[in-house]
Every structure is written in structure tokens, then in C-alpha cells.
Write a protein of this length. Structure first.
Length: 276
């Protein structure tokens, strides 16, 4: 479990905290979405989860390891994998395969184990055909997959995606997310999806809304649909299809549970129509 207790963080020279008194627990295997407007502290939170940043006040513990303890950082970074919005900063080697191997070599694993993990990770993200390609000759989506392969090969317990699909087209975005969720199902990796896209955040089991360095709401995606004030204060909008469900409900349609996507809305409308 990742536990944040009373975490406050100021960037050097800042007069207002980027995060203020954050308390949060993240369970192994959980699918958590973190959403909120630009500058609300999402990326700062992500960087605190694996010790890239240390809290000024409070504590962050990963499976009992304190990120403020320099001796624990290597073990913490093995447990908490991160993929960022811009993969270029994460890709370092001459070929895709070398790039995935890089982190594993730093772990001091035997060569046969490294080879097996590289093959598995590249195959998992669908890049096995491009193993020998230099990373800079990959498309944006392929680079993002490669960054993900590098992280998956480390066999993390927690995977943090900080707007990792933001620069991709919708098809690639969905493919990568599905791949990640498959790893979650098969290996029990916790997924912490940081996204300002509500469509994505609504897929999670639990959602967290951030605003001005604080967590202003946490709950299940189906409940946030009713949180007009939380959404408005954070400058967030429901996806059009969810908003449509809401306005139909206000007009007296008996929709049952809040439809969270077009498929669900179509299903309840069909049910209503065929009852006539
Ligand atoms: N490296 C930095 N140095 C100084 N201030 C920063 C830095 N990174 C982010 N901030 C500030 O911290 C706050 C939170 O930023 P961030 O965590 O990046 O938000 P988000 O990811 O939600 O857009 C913002 O006010 C931002 O300007
Ligand atoms: Mg950010």
C-alpha cells in the first residue's frame, strides 16, 4: 500500500504549496484516477509517489518504505513505475530493446533474465517487430509504448501514468490503456491514472479530484456525476454523453444508474423505449 500522511510540498521559492496536507492511501491492485485542472498538483503528487520529490512536511510510504529515507529509494522506484506525458525524456538507449534492458541492467539481473523480460515487455506493448529500431525513429505512440515496456519490465507493483496518453490519438490512447489494464488483471499491478480527460478518469474504480493542491473529492465514478459543485469548482466537465444522461434524468427519464458512456446510455434508453 502507498500511504501519504499530511503531505505538504512547496517548490523552491514558491509562496503557496503545490500540495497541502494530503492524506491518501492507494491499495495494491487498485485502479485509481486522479483528475483536476492544470496546476492543481497532479504531477507533483505523482512525483512524490516514487520519491522523485520528497514531502516538505508529512510522510510518503510505499509498502512501508519511507521515501524520505535515501537508502529506500532504489527499492521504492522498483515498486512504483512511472510513465510521463513526454516519452522522449524517458528513452535513452540506441535501440528499443536496449532501452527496455537499460533499467534491468541497473538492477543487476542476470543476462538471460534481462533478455526474457525485454522480449516479454516488447511483445506485451506490441513492439516486438521494432526491437532493433532506434527510439527516435518511432512514432509518438510507439515511443509511449516503449516507455511503458521499460516500466513493465521492471515488474512494478504500482504503475503511475501521468498524462501518459495525452499526446496520442484516441485509438492509440485506448490501446495503451487497455494494455495497462490487462497487466493489472494478469499481474495485480495497481494503476494510478493521472488524466484531465474525464472519459478516462471515469473508467477507474475510484476517482480523486484535485484543485489548488488539495483533494477536493474522492469517490466512485458513478457518484461524481452528481457533484456539480465539485466539478464546477475544479473546472471539470462531464463527457457529453454523461451530461446528456444527466439532463434526460432531470427531465424525468428513469435511467437507473448513471450511464458513464455511450454504450450504457444506449442500453438504458433502449430499455425505456422498448417498455412503451
Ligand atoms: N518544477 C516546478 N517548479 C516550481 N513550481 C512548479 C514546478 N512544477 C510545478 N510547479 C507548480 O506547482 C503547482 C502544481 O503543478 P503540477 O503538479 O504540475 O500540476 P498539474 O500536474 O495538476 O498540472 C502549479 O502551481 C505549478 O505551477
Ligand atoms: Mg501535470
Amino acid at each position: 500500500m502507498i500511504v501519504l500522511q499530511g503531505v505538504t510540498f512547496y517548490y523552491p521559492g514558491a509562496t503557496t504549496p503545490a500540495l497541502e496536507k494530503i492524506n491518501l492511501g492507494i491499495q495494491p491492485g487498485e485502479f485509481l484516477a486522479v483528475t483536476g485542472p492544470n496546476g492543481s498538483g497532479k504531477s507533483t503528487l505523482a512525483r512524490l509517489l516514487n520519491g522523485l520529490l520528497r514531502p516538505g512536511e508529512g510522510r510518503v510510504r510505499v509498502d512501508g518504505l519511507d521515501t524520505g529515507e535515501p537508502a529506500s529509494l532504489v527499492a521504492i522506484r522498483r515498486r512504483v513505475g512511472m510513465v510521463f506525458q513526454d516519452p522522449d525524456n524517458q528513452l535513452v538507449a540506441a535501440t528499443a530493446a536496449d532501452d527496455v534492458a537499460f533499467g534491468l541492467e541497473n538492477l543487476g539481473l542476470p543476462p538471460a533474465e534481462i533478455r526474457a523480460r525485454v522480449d516479454w515487455a516488447l511483445k506485451t506493448v506490441g513492439l516486438d517487430d521494432l526491437a532493433d529500431r532506434p527510439p527516435h525513429q518511432l512514432s509518438g505512440g510507439q515511443k509511449q509504448r516503449l516507455a511503458l515496456a521499460g516500466v513493465l519490465a521492471m515488474e512494478p507493483r504500482y504503475l503511475v501514468l501521468d498524462e501518459a496518453t495525452a499526446m496520442l490519438d484516441p485509438v492509440a490512447r485506448e490501446e495503451i490503456l487497455q494494455q495497462v489494464l490487462k497487466q493489472r488483471r494478469e499481474q495485480g499491478i495497481a494503476v494510478i491514472l493521472i488524466s484531465h480527460l474525464m472519459e478516462e478518469a471515469l473508467l477507474a474504480d475510484r476517482m480523486l479530484v484535485m484543485q489548488a493542491g488539495k483533494i477536493t473529492w474522492t469517490g466512485q465514478p458513478r457518484e461524481i456525476v452528481h457533484q456539480d459543485r465539485v466539478l464546477a469548482a475544479a473546472g471539470l466537465r462531464l463527457p457529453a454523453v454523461v451530461a446528456l444522461g444527466q439532463s434526460l434524468r432531470r427531465r424525468g427519464f428513469q435511467l437507473g444508474e448513471n450511464p458513464l458512456n455511450g454504450e450504457e446510455l444506449a442500453r438504458v434508453l433502449w430499455k425505456l423505449a422498448s417498455r412503451r
